[in-house]
Design a protein around this ligand. Structure first.
Ligand code: FMN
Length: 367
């Protein structure tokens, strides 16, 4: 059997049935009040039978953290039953259930926040066509957000999740505080690299505190990050190697490196041909497991990503297209490379997600 399919000891007390993980993917399909929908429960149930771990779509922990219409919520105890259904739908298939949590910051929109202005580390617009000007968060608001991650972690534990993942990637608020583009503060939370690290590390401490207060010793806490930004100024590889060096000593269960190709090289320095993942794993130096992601389509790709050095390998678009990806890989069946739009119902892909896939301009292969 390929190593990637063998059980993996993630920590001293947690064994995963294999090293394959379903990547976190937003569905745009929760109920308008932030509860998980039946379609989403089917979507997860149908994909939790083979992988070792499923990371949920990202949830938000405080009202102004919402990023998308029809996103599910974890910011109130009233939502514990909804979260419990989500955890159960994943655990039923035998996978560990991980709740991904974020704050969208300046990547949200007024229309998503009920007419309220979006917020961020500083009042600097994101560099994209339809971005809006955020309002700079006040000191008490920053503390509230950090506390909201504590509370959401407590709810995740009550709901039966095996762990949580802090979404510090893909240009959302945790990354916005680390980024010299979105963080122009000159107070406790910004100014130098060490100060820009304070918010991400504050979130880690808050989540770890909740895990210690309410969870078992084996409660999983992961952290996802993006290594670079194209903006000027923006996060560089040097910045990220420092972030990773600090994260590796925080007692996290794993780090999740967000890339669009697991082997990719620097976006900022095209002359540097060293794969980003290798440089990060060198700094981590086995202090904490590292999960890779990006354009893993076939079984060969997954094995190659494992040989490359990642401890665990995530499946994103490919497990949307092939809910039974692991069973197919085990039996040597061909993995579909593009989504049959006529089959979305039988593949249990929620409607909101199908709409986004159709708008994705070829990034999501369809037929
Ligand atoms: C439909 C869709 C929704 C996504 N939503 C999230 C999300 O909520 N959180 C996150 O960290 N990444 C999200 N991503 C990124 C994926 O987790 C993954 O990193 C990316 O798709 C690359 O992996 P792939 O090439 O296997 O698809 C999303 C990707 C897709 C396709």
């Amino acid at each position: 059997m390929a190593d990637i399919l063998k059980p993996y000891q993630l920590s001293s007390t947690i064994e995963l049935r294999n090293r394959l993980v379903m990547a976190p993917m937003t569905t745009w399909s929760s109920q308008p009040d932030g509860q998980i929908s039946l379609d989403e429960l089917d979507y997860y149930r149908y994909r939790s039978g083979g992988v070792g771990m499923v990371i949920t779509a990202t949830t938000f922990t405080i009202p102004n953290g919402m990023g998308f219409k029809n996103q599910f919520y974890a910011g109130d105890d009233l939502y514990i039953p909804s979260l419990t259904k989500l955890a159960d739908s994943i655990k039923l298939g035998g996978a560990k259930a991980i709740l991904q949590m974020f704050h969208a910051g300046r990547m949200s929109k007024k229309s998503v926040l009920g007419g309220n202005q979006i917020v961020s580390a500083s009042a600097v617009k994101a560099l994209r066509e339809d971005s809006e000007l955020p309002r700079e968060l006040s000191e008490p608001e920053i503390h509230n957000i950090i506390e909201s991650f504590y509370e959401a972690t407590r709810r995740a534990i009550r709901a039966g999740f095996d762990g949580v993942e802090i979404h510090g990637a893909n240009t959302y608020l945790v990354q916005q505080f680390f980024s010299p583009h979105s963080n122009r503060r000159d107070d406790y939370w910004g100014g130098s690299l060490l100060k820009r690290l304070r918010f991400p590390i504050g979130i880690v401490s808050s989540v770890k505190r909740a895990a210690a207060d309410f969870g078992d010793d084996d409660f999983i806490v992961g952290y996802r990050f993006s290594p670079e930004e194209v903006e000027e100024p923006g996060i560089t590889m040097d910045d990220t190697l420092k972030l990773v060096d600090v994260l590796a000593d925080q007692g996290l269960t794993y780090l999740n490196l967000s890339l669009s190709n697991y082997k990719q090289t620097s976006m900022r320095d095209k002359k540097d041909l060293r794969p980003v993942g290798k440089r990060i794993m060198q700094v981590v130096n086995d202090r904490v497991p590292v999960m890779g992601v990006g354009s893993v389509v076939t079984f060969e790709d997954a094995n190659d990503a494992y040989d490359f050095g990642y401890d665990m390998v995530q499946l994103g678009r490919s497990i949307i297209i092939n809910p039974d990806w692991v069973a197919k890989a085990k039996s040597g069946k061909e993995i579909d490379k593009s989504l049959d739009l006529k089959a979305v119902k039988s593949l249990y892909i929620p409607e909101g997600m199908v709409t986004k896939i159709m708008e994705s301009d070829g990034w999501f292969p369809t037929k």
